[in-house]
Structures are given as structure tokens and as C-alpha cells.
Design a protein around this ligand. Structure first.
Ligand SMILES: [Ca+2]
Length: 174
């Protein structure tokens, strides 16, 4: 008798849970996942900005190709930039002390981390695209944002979000 009662109770709970789940909006779980990915991208954009500021602190300038030395530069978190920040041989020309300014796990299925490709290392966001970095090489403390706006920061970084293009869903470091 007691066993049957508790079974009935469990059954009731299961039925109630079933009802409740039916009322959960269809994209609720998708929403949670999307928010988690956005949070990861936001963290990474900030980490990259921090690494670049640290580099400038140590070397007195941003890691920049000589021809861009006095002009602001918009670059991707790819090849030469990551090579320099990771302190390996490939970046030794700009980072002669070969200091490691950046740590990150490797990509998982091509997403969200350092992707070691044949032509160099690329840091990709949770959607598999490189981050965009803008460096103030002109020294006025300002850079141009994704929509042409002036941003009073020496360095910014952003992820293009799920759609991979400049749009509302971009994740910004500032
Ligand atoms: Ca976007």
C-alpha cells in the first residue's frame, strides 16, 4: 500500500513536470547556449585586449608591422598577431624576448580557441571566426569601431557573433 502511494506520488510529479516543460518556450535551451557562447566571446575579447596592453607595457608599442607603425591598424586574431603574442619563434622579430602574453586552450571541432593551422595560429571565437582587433598606433588614444564610430580606447577587440558579419549581435570589448 505504502509503495503504491509513493509510486502514485512519483507519477504525479512526472506528469506535473511534463506539463511545466510543455510551457517552456521552444528556444529556451538554445537561448542559454547562445548566452554562454556570447559570454565566452566577451571574455576572450577582453583577454586579447589585456594581452595587447601587456605587450605595449613591456615593449612600449603594440605588435605592429613597420609599415603601419604610425597608423591605426585593424587586424584579425590570426597568423602573425597570435604568433607574436604566443611568444614563439615566428613572432620573435616583434617579440624578441619571446614572452608569452596569451594563453588559451586549443579549438574543439574548429571552434572557440587557438587553431593551429598550416599557415599559422588563429584564435577563433565560439562560431569559428577570428576576432577583430583595432590598435591605436597613431597614439591619439582613439580607434575606429566596427561602424565607423570613434572609440576612446588604445585597443579594442570584437567578435562578429553568430552571423560572422558586423551586426547587432557583435560582442565588444568596450
Ligand atoms: Ca555580427
Amino acid at each position: 500500500m505504502k509503495v503504491r502511494k509513493s509510486l502514485l506520488r512519483i507519477l504525479a510529479v512526472v506528469i506535473i513536470l511534463g506539463f511545466l516543460l510543455a510551457f517552456v518556450p521552444k528556444d529556451w535551451f538554445g537561448d542559454i547556449e547562445r548566452k554562454a557562447m556570447q559570454a565566452e566571446a566577451s571574455n576572450e575579447a577582453l583577454n586579447l585586449v589585456y594581452a595587447l596592453k601587456q605587450f605595449r607595457y613591456d615593449y612600449g608599442r603594440f605588435p605592429t608591422q613597420p609599415e603601419r607603425a604610425d597608423k591605426d591598424q585593424k587586424i584579425q586574431s590570426a597568423q602573425w598577431l597570435m604568433a607574436i603574442l604566443l611568444g614563439g619563434d615566428e613572432g620573435a622579430k616583434w617579440n624578441p624576448k619571446q614572452m608569452r602574453f596569451y594563453e588559451r586552450k586549443s579549438v574543439k571541432e574548429g571552434l572557440n580557441g587557438l587553431d593551429y593551422r598550416d599557415d599559422g595560429v588563429v584564435l577563433v571565437d565560439p562560431w569559428g571566426n577570428p576576432y577583430v582587433v583595432v590598435l591605436d598606433n597613431s597614439g591619439d588614444g582613439k580607434v575606429t569601431g566596427p561602424n565607423g564610430e570613434v572609440i576612446e580606447r588604445p585597443v579594442i577587440c570584437y567578435s562578429l557573433g553568430a552571423d560572422g558579419i558586423i551586426s547587432e549581435d557583435d560582442i565588444l570589448s568596450w
